[in-house]
Ligand binder design. Structure first.
Ligand SMILES: Nc1ncnc2c1ncn2[C@@H]1O[C@H](COP(=O)(O)OP(=O)(O)O)[C@@H](O)[C@H]1O
Ligand SMILES: [Mg+2]
Length: 281
């Protein structure tokens, strides 16, 4: 295995499948026998809620979430929950809203560098995992900045829509600032790739935007793997019973997991060839 990969799943645009990608990509990598830690860094805690924690884990998560680390500098190890073999989670809690407000408005009250809190907290656990995936909130605030400062890679999910591509541009700008700013906040951050999600091949506009995105590959890689919109399974007559809940189905029969297994293999190949997407950023 190559050295540890800490990957932020980020895009300031909401609804582009960041959380879904974090959960399923993590599950897919764990199916490939990689040790994976998921970090829920969004105050909405969608990742935490979408993974089915048992009652004991829910209770534990209330006092041992990522917010605890930011607020009192506790040990990240105390927050880690085992979701299944090789798939662990640092949960979020709604308290993270206040954490972000505190970090954004009065970072000077914190000792040290406020953008490095997560990076420092990860140090003792990094060696235990092959992959650490960080689910970022839909903003460019301090929680996202902490995630990007702790990561060596970023995966940017985007939908093939004009408005989502605007979010992509902003994300590229933020990464550029972090890497090349004076001073650089994280010289190691590289774009692994842009991931097209919720893709509907029956929509001409989406097909055209996908093609347009691929012409920009001089600047950043676009994963070959495209995540189809779930409605596509329906079109193929393959839809499994859809509960309508925002829960991720990590079983091997899950149609949602399948494209992420392909993505996980593509991602591992990219990393092993050390051919990151980034060129112009
Ligand atoms: N491939 C997909 N097909 C259809 N709906 C999807 C797909 N991926 C995610 N979604 C849905 O889109 C919404 C936003 O996804 P989410 O992962 O929460 O995005 P984000 O974290 O970027 O806000 C959720 O309701 C989720 O269930
Ligand atoms: Mg989310």
């Amino acid at each position: 295995m190559p050295s540890k990969h800490i990957i932020s799943i980020a895009n300031q645009k909401g609804g582009v499948a960041k959380t879904t990608t974090t959960a399923y990509l993590g599950a897919a990598l764990s199916r490939l026998h990689r040790k994976v830690l998921l970090i829920d860094s969004d105050p909405q805690a969608n990742l935490t809620y979408s993974l089915e924690l048992n009652d004991e884990q829910k209770e534990h998560a209330q006092d041992n979430s990522l917010a605890t680390i930011y607020e009192s500098g506790g040990s990240l190890t105390d927050c880690i929950l085992a979701i299944r073999d090789n798939l662990h989670l640092v949960p979020a809690s709604p308290d993270l809203v206040m954490t972000e407000v505190a970090l954004d408005t009065s970072p000077e009250t914190l000792s040290g560098r406020p953008e490095c809190i997560l990076s420092d907290a990860l140090k003792p656990v990094v060696a235990n995992y092959d992959y650490i995936l960080i689910d970022c909130p839909p903003s460019q605030g301090m929680l996202t900045l902490n995630a990007l400062c702790a990561s060596n890679w970023i995966v940017i999910p985007t939908m093939a829509s004009v408005i989502s591509l605007t979010g992509l541009e902003r994300m590229l700008e933020q990464v550029h600032e972090i890497v090349h700013g004076e001073p650089s906040l994280n010289e190691d951050l590289k774009i692994l790739g842009v991931l097209i999600t919720r893709f509907r091949k029956d929509r001409t506009v989406e097909v055209e935007l996908e093609q347009r995105l691929r012409t920009l590959e001089e600047d950043f890689a676009v994963f070959r793997t495209v995540i189809p919109d779930r409605s596509q399974f329906e079109l193929m007559g393959e839809l499994q019973a859809h509960t309508g809940r925002h829960l991720v189905d990590l079983s091997m029969v899950s149609y949602s997991l399948l494209p992420y297994l392909t993505l996980a293999m593509e991602l591992e190949k990219m990393l092993s060839q050390k051919q990151p997407a980034k060129k112009g950023v």
